[in-house]
Design a protein around this ligand. Structure first.
Ligand SMILES: [Zn+2]
Length: 450
């Protein structure tokens, strides 16, 4: 009489697991999931699964963690404009015009795209956070939502009072899956008093701060003037006391002293290479940061400055720009850049104990990436395999076959299970027109209705 098999909720069967663990394990294995956690990794697991996901000819990777993004609705509507015109005539009026209905459409659009691209966790900084959280509750994604607080110009973001209301309501509602943080936009758009006040509040609620930092030379110049000669990093440290509960997006303009301080305090750095390139900013010194022991993850920034949320593309560009900047093709090798998009970003968000790698006991946040396409071949299986190289250099979001968060299947065989793509697309198309009209820029940008 054979012993009975262990019942499990889910088995991801027949794939190659790219674990992003301490040993960089890449192995042909099934992954068993029970109660939302990884219960076993191996061949011929003695389990009785309720649901099976086919991972034949696919890589099973930790779900991507997007370490900086805004769930905006305005992809592809304000392209190729001079910066000041873009900001003053379009971006700010549009940000001011956002109503909850626009934000709901934006959150659905962004979260549908993330699930379809194998992203399982994200940190957002934008408007009407209650809408975003409600969509995340439905979509099943793991979300850290930080209301984007803006003092200047007034009305372009949330207020501290709005953010407190949001944090009060959401920060313990769905433990481990939806977190509510504070998101002061930047040192040039929030007052020093706002940053100090937010630091007191994060201590009260035991939540983190998500902000933009040292993104451009113009910012560094403004902050030096405002602070009596300090760098953005030093000024932010004066205001909030930097720590590992701070996520700083960009960090392009850093002195060696700034970098040493970020390393010493364990500040999470969200690198957004596409956005930096599109806005004509510099290139963050990522290899130097990693060599110094900084906590670095990868973010897409918004669909206005990217324009997609494809973490594969972000990995590829991150590697490309460093090789070009340093003149050294060995910097940011494939394994390191994949680690940055998974474990690195998980460390940035302070959730690496829970997600970021495929290990028994961790949350089952997985992306199954199809390797059957001609563009992802050849796959060599010899002493080792080149699957990681193909993931970083050849694959894209569209290759993701299944997406799983907390053991729950959010996409199976490219079909979204928690959001309806037709509904999302229709809503986005309708609400963007309403948003542009409310902002008074519809006709200016798109001409009279035909
Ligand atoms: Zn941003």
């Amino acid at each position: 009489m054979g012993r009975s098999k262990l019942p499990v909720d889910l088995l991801v069967r027949g794939g190659t697991v790219v674990a992003v663990d301490a040993d960089d394990t890449v192995v042909r294995a099934d992954v068993a999931v029970a109660d939302g956690r990884i219960a076993g990794i191996g061949r011929d697991l003695d389990v009785e699964p309720e649901v099976v996901l086919d991972a034949t000819d696919a890589a099973v990777v930790p779900g991507f963690v997007n370490a900086h993004m805004h769930e905006t609705l305005d992809r592809g509507v304000f392209e190729d404009l001079p910066f000041v015109e873009w900001l003053e005539e379009y971006a700010l009026p549009k940000d001011m015009a956002y109503e909850p209905r626009h934000m709901r459409a934006a959150a659905m659009l962004n979260q549908a795209e993330m699930i379809a691209g194998g992203t399982t966790s994200f940190i957002d900084i934008f408007r009407h956070p209650h809408e975003v959280a409600a969509v995340a509750e439905r979509s099943g994604l793991r979300a850290t939502i930080s209301p984007q607080i803006v003092d200047t110009p007034a009305g372009a973001g949330e207020t501290v009072a709005d953010a407190v209301g949001f944090v009060e309501h959401w920060h313990r509602r769905i433990p481990g899956r939806i977190r509510a943080w504070f998101g002061p936009h930047a040192l040039y758009s929030c007052t020093p008093e706002t940053y100090r006040c937010i630091r007191e509040l994060t201590c009260v609620y035991d939540v983190g701060i998500h902000t933009h930092l040292a993104e451009s030379r113009a910012e560094a110049g403004m902050i030096a003037e405002q602070s009596g000669g300090l760098s953005p990093v030093r000024w932010l440290d004066e205001l909030v006391g930097l720590g590992s509960d701070v996520v700083a997006a960009h960090c392009v303009e850093l002195s060696d002293d700034d970098l040493a301080l970020l390393v010493e305090r364990g500040v999470g750095i969200a690198h957004c290479p596409t956005s930096n390139a599109k806005l004509g900013n510099g290139i963050a010194r990522i290899p130097e940061m990693l060599a110094a022991g900084a906590v670095v993850g990868l973010g897409t920034d918004s669909n206005m400055t990217n324009n997609d949320l494809d973490m594969f593309e972000e990995m590829r560009l991150a590697a490309l720009v460093q090789k070009q900047r340093t003149g050294d093709p060995t910097v940011l090798p494939s394994g390191q850049v994949l680690r940055m998009a998974t474990m690195g970003s998980a460390r940035v968000l302070g959730v690496d104990h829970r997600v970021g790698s495929i290990e028994v006991g961790k949350a089952a946040d997985l992306a199954v990436v199809d390797l059957r396409g001609a563009h992802a071949r050849p796959i060599v299986r010899h002493g080792r395999t080149n699957i990681v190289e193909q993931l970083v250099w050849a694959c894209s979001a569209r290759d993701v076959r299944h997406t799983v968060v907390d053991g729950r299947v959010l996409m199976q065989d490219r079909q979204l299970l928690t959001l309806d793509v037709e509904e999302v697309v229709e809503l986005a198309d309708r609400e963007i027109v309403d948003l542009l009209r409310s902002a008074g820029v519809l006709e200016k940008r798109f001409g009279p209705a035909t």
